[in-house]
Design a protein. Sequence first.
Length: 455
Amino acid sequence: MTSAHVEPDGLVDPERSEVPLTLDEEAPKTLGLLDQGAFWANLGVSLLGFSGALFLLDPLGGKPVTLTAALLAAVIGSLIGTVMVGLAAIPGTRTGKPAMVLLRGLFGARLSYIPTVLNIVQMLGWGAFELWVIAIGAQAIFGTAVPYSVWVIVAGVVTIALTIRPLGALRLLRRYVTVGVVISMIWLAVALVAKGPTLADGGSWEAFAPAVDYVIALSVSWVPMAADIARHSRSSGAAFTGVVGGYTIAQVACLALGIAALALVGNDVDRVWDPFVAAPLGGLFFGILVLREVDQSFANVYSTTMSIQNLAPRWDRRVVSVVIGVFTIGIALLADVNSYGAFLSVIGAVFVPMFAVLVVDYFLLRGASRWNTAGDAPARWSMIVPWILGFVAFWIVTAPPEEMSWWDRAWVEVREAIGFVHQPWMSATLAAFLAAALVTLLLHPITRRQHRSAA
């Protein structure tokens, strides 16, 4: 059985091909550069990005960066993050396997369950965030006559519907939604500029590195699902270019618009959407962006489904998607979104070093030639070591915020114990990546012997 529709002449019809129902079936490769670029550009535009621009301007709380520093951090952070996502997509294209199944080659089948469970947790969180955003965005346009819970349920049902035919959803986005998003972004940008927001260039460059880290975290949160889409790409080049080009341009534009909107409302996050809705035809164009937000929740629910299939390869993805969609709706109805910035930090700390281990092993140590994604792939315990050390490096280098939680205070004590002094130029994300990558290289003689023994 295959999900690639074959015409009588033997050719595959990309318009009718779909994602396989189980992992036992071969994944059709029907997505081109435009499909990938449009999809990732849509993901790069987020209503959370508008309000999240405040984290870009003041990532530490009380130490705002200059406008120039913020915009430069948006560009640099987006490029670094999207290159990570793009590289994570390539193995998916080459093997045709989803992201968490790929990790069988890195950690072994059983050990891959650890990052799989972590990814399920983070994708459920992101999915709930997106449903919350859609509901709040709808109320910003139409008021509170329709209860928040109704909007969440409606958005959740649409999300579930899209996950039933994921490739069809991507083709729908490319043909219609992306055009509407581009027009809406341009219209709203012109409207905001016409209002003449006062973009004060105060602040300093002290928190530039944490600002870059924040933007990288926005992008790198998609690393664990990049291969879920790229496995259907016609080429690695299309997958990589679509991610880097589409997402970078869209995210930088989204953050810049967020900065302008915040300037109009005195950096009041609770009112950041007001300038968009108040613009001429703002309700219409902001409504398009609210509607487009469903592709974010779709991507999260779909990726959660693919992750679960790593644990249960023969489960029908349609049934799993419905169950996950309903569960995500339930979370969204009870979600606390106040920890959004901290949530991104945790994502970066977990998945950036894991990605570093994957890149070094797959691309630099010729792991691609022996990548084992079988259900009985042997455990590679040594690969856990650089992942954990990269996680530790992230939190040691992370700049402590003004208001610290127990977790932040614990790492302050660790820094003091080892005599480490944080410097403003230090990047926690790059520190985690480099630490994990270096340890992976140093452990290569051991991992090579383990591989030979297992063979």
